[in-house]
Design a protein around this ligand. Structure first.
Ligand SMILES: Cc1ncc(C[n+]2csc(CCOP(=O)(O)OP(=O)(O)O)c2C)c(N)n1
Ligand SMILES: [Mg+2]
Length: 490
């Protein structure tokens, strides 16, 4: 029964299509009635609300006539086929457009799919060449000596802090560490272009933003050693920094969860008409998550002031970018979502500074998201739990550590301006090394947060099962004291 109904209706549609074909065979290819959408809209001119709308908008010809086709899906009838067809004005193909919600779309009679790759990749904005010399026609802001030196010295501090903290993990003094090696310019130059009242939703490879905002080496060390002065009370892994004072939202290990959070925060800044924006950092790997895509779309549609800063460092642990996505990197994804986007050299501090400065202005003034894809290289291992020589060549690593090193390049620039020299370099490096070593010694001696802190801060009134767990933990630690660290007060 059902199948006979189905075949009747198939026959009907077939006959209808055939009639239309006969009526229009001279212009069968260009006639819009052969467009699949319009097959649903064989409607009566007088009785259908659709048709009324169509005659109203006919002034401009075919494109307006076509507009109600989609509305017609909901209320079509199947009379007066031939009269509709005879009234249909036919425009030359070049003038035919589909007036679709969201904007007019031109028709084409060519059966062409969009390409899966661009002939030429999106260009990369850069100001300094490999030798630290600015291109003469580079569009760039004037940067004062004071700002340039501060940017440079912060990059050096970040590099040294990474080296020494990394070593302390190797010595067994802390449990885990992740360096920013190779990405120091991204950290510092992007931070320098922001205002302190902009909110930061970081991944785990941007401690330099916090450093720029004044988080001290002692505060970094306290977090890494998980002592009682650490703001997360030792409940996070090392490098999961956070600081309310610095508008720096605590790092979460789960890749990309910070991206939709950032968009939500930016939406609240918009509602409160604040003169600030949100920046969120993430890696190339993070763009393969649903969170990234949902956040991009939401931000575009809601027009929120957020900067999506993608550090495309070539690798997501052992996954190279060509196994991560087949698009021209990340920048093209911005276009897909209707977000203004730029690709920049992530090892050129001036390019980064200019791009973030401009993006911030756009985000706040125009209330729009902006996507920045910074091309760089993760010149260190993923974390202390990784050995990257197992999946990539030493030559590749050395190439990026040498030619492309962002700190060396920026140093050449400030030296060429007479703002820095070898003596200043060696004094500064010596002083930072001492400060980091001192911070470690202090942090190590401070006792750990008490066991009670494991159970606080989530519930206003802890539920019964949590209280029971606390009692259980205390009993167990007392019973097996030798198996637990002596510096954790019970
Ligand atoms: C949701 C989720 N999946 C997987 C992991 C394991 N993981 C941690 S970091 C990482 C790679 C992230 O790479 P990328 O986003 O490129 O950042 P990068 O480390 O290169 O800076 C993965 C897969 C995780 N932490 N969270
Ligand atoms: Mg990566």
């Amino acid at each position: 029964m059902a199948s006979s109904c189905l075949s009747k209706s198939k026959n009907f549609i077939y006959n209808l299509k055939f009639k239309l074909y006969l009526l229009n065979r001279t212009s069968a290819v260009t006639n819009p009635l052969f467009h699949p959408h319009l097959r649903h809209t064989i409607s009566s001119p007088s009785s259908s609300p659709v048709r009324k709308h169509a005659s109203y908008s006919r002034v401009n010809g075919f494109d307006r006539w076509f507009e109600p086709a989609f509305v017609g899906r909901r209320s079509h009838s199947t009379t007066s086929v031939s009269s509709d067809v005879s009234q249909l004005p036919v425009e030359p193909p070049s003038q035919q457009v589909l007036d679709f919600p969201g904007g007019k779309v031109k028709f084409t009679q060519k059966l062409i799919f969009t390409s899966n790759s661009t002939e030429e990749r999106v260009h990369c904005y850069r100001v300094l060449d490999d030798n630290g010399q600015p291109f003469t026609d580079a569009e760039s802001l004037e940067i004062s000596k004071e700002l340039a030196v501060k940017m440079y010295t912060n990059m050096v501090t970040l590099e040294l802090m990474d080296t020494i903290f990394y070593e302390s993990q190797r010595q067994g003094r802390i449990s885990f560490y992740a360096t920013t090696t190779g990405e120091e310019a991204i950290n510092i130059a992007s931070a320098a272009a922001l205002n302190d009242n902009d909110f930061v939703f970081p991944q785990y490879r941007e401690p330099g933003v916090l450093l720029w905002r004044g988080f001290s080496l002692q505060e970094f060390a306290n977090q890494l050693f998980g002592n009682k002065y650490e703001y997360g009370k030792g409940r996070q892994m090392p490098v999961h920094y956070g600081s309310r004072k610095h508008n720096y939202i605590t790092v979460a290990s789960t890749v990309a969860t910070q991206i939709p959070h950032a968009v939500g925060a930016a939406y609240s800044l918009k509602m409160e008409k604040q003169d600030s924006c949100v920046i969120t950092y993430f890696g190339d790997g993070g763009t393969s998550t649903a969170d990234f895509h949902a956040a991009m779309n939401f931000a575009a549609v809601m027009e929120v002031p957020v900067i999506f800063f993608c550090r495309n460092n070539g690798w997501a642990i052992s996954t190279p970018v060509h196994e991560q996505f087949r698009s021209d990197g990340v920048v093209v994804k911005g276009k897909a979502y209707g977000v203004p986007s730029i690709r920049i050299d992530g090892n050129d501090a001036l390019a980064i500074y200019n791009a973030v400065h401009e993006a911030r202005k756009m985000a706040i003034k125009e209330q729009t998201p902006v996507l920045i894809e910074a091309l760089t290289y993760r010149a260190g291992h993923h974390t202390t739990s990784d050995d990257s020589t197992r999946y990539r060549s030493i030559d590749e690593i050395e190439k990026w550590r040498g030619d492309q090193n962002p700190i060396k390049r920026f140093r050449k620039w400030i030296e060429s301006r007479g703002w820095w020299n070898a003596v200043a370099e060696s004094e500064y490096r010596g002083s930072v090394r001492k400060q980091v070593a001192q911070a470690i010694q202090v942090a190590e001696r401070i006792e750990k947060p008490p066991v009670a802190d494991m159970f606080s801060d989530v519930y206003d009134a802890p539920p019964r099962n949590l209280n029971e767990q606390e009692v259980f933990v205390r009993k167990t630690v007392k019973k097996h004291r030798q198996d637990y660290p002596s510096d954790v007060p019970l």
